[in-house]
Design a protein around this ligand. Structure first.
Ligand code: ATP
Ligand code: MG
Length: 559
């Protein structure tokens, strides 16, 4: 299914065609209690994408109704991440707390119309009265309390006369409803907590259910798009809008959440990972957070591409392979990322017949996928580094790289032949003594002899030492923690490998975070924020092997 075909876009198209709205207004409503992750990206791209396609706008709305869990840090980070992803809410930045006064008035309104009451039952008693999926609930003894009395108590709740948990405001709907959300849901609770925006102004706070639809109505949101777990809340959403003097009637639509394999997307789990020190922070490059992906070198376009391919449907939440995200990242970077030489596990090569003290420059293509990208010059000389695993002392027949007596191509430079292997006292190979063929400049043999391998390399003289961090999935299992075991047992102990003493071509020392490049034959890499020209640090964004593309081709072959 391509974008534009999903049921939400169909609804929007029909609403506009029927003249129900002049423009479409959506909102992205994060709770500021954590950082945004790739699952949120699905919601962001949908909420901002639909008005972009059909004309209209998307509001940025913080659902800040739970002061005990929320922080300024998250409010700032969320805005940064949405902007980075490529979306802009213009002047339409809202907080549910902007609407607290109006919501409070509407609480009083429902009391006056006989549609809400103050309940003195404790949270535990309310739970006990609620009933189950098969049994109806029981009415609170306070349900019939006169409106005047509820009004007085509600005002005193606001004035701070009662301790937390002493009383709540509840809608008076139907304790026998088949939908538990309709069994006199709580609209306000007492919380003597300081709020990041309203400070000490309030000691009663609206619940999500009371705040959300009403905020939509106040802001003129036409289509309130949320995930499937809110489907059972829709009757309450509609009931509240119907029983309040709201300026317009918004509608809620639910779509499936994104679940990604080999990671977790629950904020509770992500918070635990950070708080228990199992990762280095919210922006650890192994995290599925937007800031983690950014730090890893993932371009925002790749996230938009990936999310754009996901079904927006009402079928229950599906698990998407992490390899599909990696594929989208490669597709983008393959087109845009400059090619560079980086040797991750260096092995010294001395060209015995190259004149000592001399060097020369060779031209290297910046991106074979992009003719506009041009070339750069690389220094070539007597001492070089190649990748240690591009040499084998006893190679199999099809090993087309360096081995004793074998010739290989140093890409863009010369053909070289391994003459001698130097080892240390433990038997480890420390150096290759090679010869180069001066007639093969540019890497081409004038006599047409066939040399298959083309190796990357750097010169010892001007390459820079760097640390390179390789990443694998955070969890070993596609669905971590599901078959009985503890979630943490499925953490991947090899999720990060730190390599010191890597050698990179010199221009990379001054690259900045976000400038993702391809180290030829190794993958895509970008500088970490801690990187400095003196001590470069690179993160591997993704390797080159595309298991997703391969699996797709295989599936197509099998028809
Ligand atoms: P969690 O359940 O992990 O705490 P949440 O849904 O409470 O996450 P919010 O900050 O409330 O997180 O989410 C803001 C918006 O993003 C909501 O509309 C929510 O439906 C949507 N969203 C969150 N997670 C996903 C996901 N995995 N896929 C699609 N949309 C998501
Ligand atoms: Mg939530």
């Amino acid at each position: 299914m391509s974008a534009g075909d999903d049921f939400i876009r169909a609804v929007v198209r029909a609403d506009l065609a029927a003249g129900r709205h002049d423009e479409v207004v959506t909102r992205f409503p994060p709770e500021p209690n954590g950082y945004l992750h790739i699952g949120h990206a699905k919601s962001i791209c949908l909420n901002f994408g639909v008005p972009r396609e059909f004309g209209g706008r998307c509001h940025m709305r913080f659902d800040d109704t739970n002061p005990t869990r929320e922080e300024h840090e998250f409010i700032e980070a969320i805005q940064e991440d949405v902007r980075w992803l490529g979306f802009d809410w213009g002047e339409h930045l809202y907080f549910a707390s902007d609407h607290f006064e109006r919501l409070y008035e509407w609480g009083e309104h429902l009391i006056r119309t006989g549609d809400a009451y103050v309940d003195d039952l404790s949270a535990e008693e309310i739970r006990a009265h609620r009933g189950t999926l098969t049994e109806p609930g029981r009415e609170s003894p306070w349900r019939a309390r006169p409106a005047e009395e509820s009004l007085d108590l509600f005002r005193r709740m606001r004035a701070g006369e009662f301790p937390e948990g002493a009383r709540v405001l509840r809608a008076k709907i139907d304790m026998a409803s088949g939908n538990i959300n309709m069994r006199d849901p709580v609209l306000y609770r007492i919380l003597h907590a300081s709020h990041p925006r309203t400070g000490e102004a309030w000691c009663i706070y609206p619940t999500y259910d009371f705040a959300h639809g009403q905020s939509d109505a106040i802001e003129g949101v036409t289509h309130s798009l949320c995930t499937l777990e809110f489907e059972d809340h829709r009757p309450l959403y509609d009931w509240l809008v119907d029983h309040l003097p709201v300026p317009m009637v918004p509608k809620q639509y639910e779509f499936s959440r994104l679940n990604l394999s080999h990671t977790v997307l629950s904020k509770r789990r992500l918070t635990q990972l950070v708080q228990e020190g199992r990762v280095d922070g919210w922006d650890d490059p192994r995290m599925p957070t937007l800031c983690g992906l950014r730090r890893r070198g993932v371009p925002p376009e790749a996230i938009r591409d990936f999310v754009g391919q996901l079904a927006i449907s009402k079928t229950s939440d599906n698990l998407v392979e992490a390899a599909m995200l990696d594929h989208a990242v490669r597709e983008r970077l393959n087109r845009s990322a400059p090619r560079r030489f980086g040797v991750l596990r260096p092995l010294k090569v001395t060209l015995e017949n190259y004149p000592e003290g001399e060097d020369e420059w060779v031209d290297a293509l910046n991106n074979p996928e992009d003719p506009e990208a041009g070339t750069r010059r690389l220094r070539f000389g007597r001492t070089l580094y190649v990748e240690a695993d591009d040499f084998m002392e006893e190679p199999p027949k099809k090993f087309f790289r360096l081995a004793p007596g074998r010739e290989a191509r140093l890409r863009y430079a010369y053909l070289v032949t391994c003459q001698e292997v130097i080892k240390d006292s433990s038997g480890a190979v420390t150096e290759l003594r090679c010869t180069y063929d001066p007639a093969t400049r540019g890497g081409k043999a004038p006599d047409g002899r066939k040399v298959r391998g083309a190796l990357h390399w750097v010169s010892a003289e001007d390459s820079v030492a760097a640390e390179v961090r390789l990443y694998e999935s955070l969890f070993t299992k596609a669905l971590p923690g599901v078959d009985g075991g503890a979630l943490w047992d499925d953490l991947n102990p090899a999720s990060r490998t730190v390599l010191g003493g890597c050698r990179l071509e010199p221009g990379l020392a001054t690259a900045a975070p976000g400038e993702t490049v391809q180290f030829e034959r190794q993958g895509y890499f970008c500088p970490d924020p801690v990187s400095t020209p003196e001590a470069p640090v690179f993160n591997r964004t993704v390797g080159l092997r595309d298991s997703w593309a391969r699996a797709q081709k295989q599936a197509a072959r099998e028809g």
